[in-house]
Design a protein around this ligand. Sequence first.
Ligand SMILES: C[S@@+](CC[C@H](N)C(=O)[O-])C[C@H]1O[C@@H](n2cnc3c(N)ncnc32)[C@H](O)[C@@H]1O
Ligand SMILES: [Zn+2]
Length: 505
Amino acid sequence: MDKYTQKTKEWLDKRFAEGVREGDYLAHQPIYGYKRGRTEGRDLIRYLRNLSILTKLSHLKFDSFMDIGGAEGYMPNLVKSAFKVDSYTCDLSFEANLRAREIFNLDSVSIDISNLPFKDGAFDVVLCSEVLEHVANPVQAISELKRITKKALIITTEAVCYDSLERKLRMMLVDLSEDHCDRNWFIAEDFIFMLGEGIDYESTIYDPGVADKSASFDEAKTILSGYEDRGILTRDGVGITVLLPKTPKDERPEGNIPNLVDIILNTIANIDYKKNNDSDLRPISTMLVELLRCPTCQNIVKLDKNMLICSSCGNQYAVKDNVPIMYTHDKDDDFLSKKWDTRFRGEFGHNYKHFLKLKKVFEHTTIKPSFLVRFITCRALKIQKFIRNSINVMRQKSLLASIAYFLCALKKKILREIYRVINRVRKPALSDFKIGDTVEFAKDYQALDNQKVFVRQGTFGKIVAISDDKITIRVEGVECPVDLWANTKRDYRPTLIYIKQVKIS
Ligand SMILES: C[S@@+](CC[C@H](N)C(=O)[O-])C[C@H]1O[C@@H](n2cnc3c(N)ncnc32)[C@H](O)[C@@H]1O
Ligand SMILES: [Zn+2]
């Protein structure tokens, strides 16, 4: 495993072992309920993405499913409930895999996506959702995903750009010193090149206004019920979903499609999971063991007590708490190690030059962009988006409409800049808030004096007290004091950036 992945794994393990109030684990997906502060934020966007993936799956006939980078196994659990198939998960984080067993009773494997320990065509359907943007070798990873898929591969990522200029700019902004950052940005052509012309791709979510909305549970239900597939990649959509069908149409019979919205919403409503230290005694399924291969040399592995041993190279892989730990023993940090070079020459043949170009796109020469690069690149991105939108309006509507759009957008931009400057000069003040205001946490919050108080971004609370230098916000009965000034990770900024005022109708 390369150094970057090793460091990411350490961070992920801490993250997936993290607890919140009342002894729950902090979940990646909304498994404890909607907007409860015990899950990471942006619940609605996650529901919408889950629904879009399940909708794709509902048209396919398949018997086995594997989620690569599946975190606590939320998605494989939904797939199991909806389609009654063998469903597995695997993740770089061993802790995430333990949670998948404990919370959803799923079989899981510890892996690195760049060297997957599964046989060719091991699973009918393979999903890799919101993972590729984080990994050290995305090209290698995509090739591995394709290899282990039998019938259909689904990839989603929010890190999508609409042209290579935008991608260049976004890649320049990548800050590798941030843990588990979005280090890779994709364009649709990458997937066509890696997976072939036969892929379908579309925006994962079509309406960013809806996706980023603060919705109540009932509103969320209504939004989900109105979801529909449109089958196109729109410039103002959120993310990309790619489907590679490997076998010619193998469709699920009509009338056999479950109510996916109900399945998503019921699954979260019924979970009441507490942290516990008892290890799960159920052994790993023999069916999954049969699909395992040595991640270093791809040969058969045999289970011997708590050890999987490669029949060819002799490498040994421990099985801890019934989770096989199958990271490659290959310590080669170089993306184009001999093994991969040979494989890619075979896979891409005469297009090898293009492949080398693609590989170069994801290489980083700096760890952290300088302030100047950040400043210029951010503005360049905004200008690019502005020009693109104007051209779009011109194409679709009349010249008059595009002039009107241009003027409105310009006015909005000028007003926003003025507002930003005023805010910077004025700085946020306590007087901006009053007792009884409902506020939303704009960032994760942890009380400095009480490790148990941890509130996720996106959680709502009410202001219950305001003193000279503090605001106290009540969240689910717990009072969270927010200092006006504090040292945050990046620089010295007021902690008021932790909260934003929201209008409650
Ligand atoms: C943003 S989360 C997405 C989780 C889940 N697939 C979803 O859509 O909600 C990224 C996941 O990828 C996993 N991950 C990161 N790097 C990985 C790697 N090199 N190999 C496998 N999994 C990785 C993380 O542990 C994490 O669970
Ligand atoms: Zn081996």
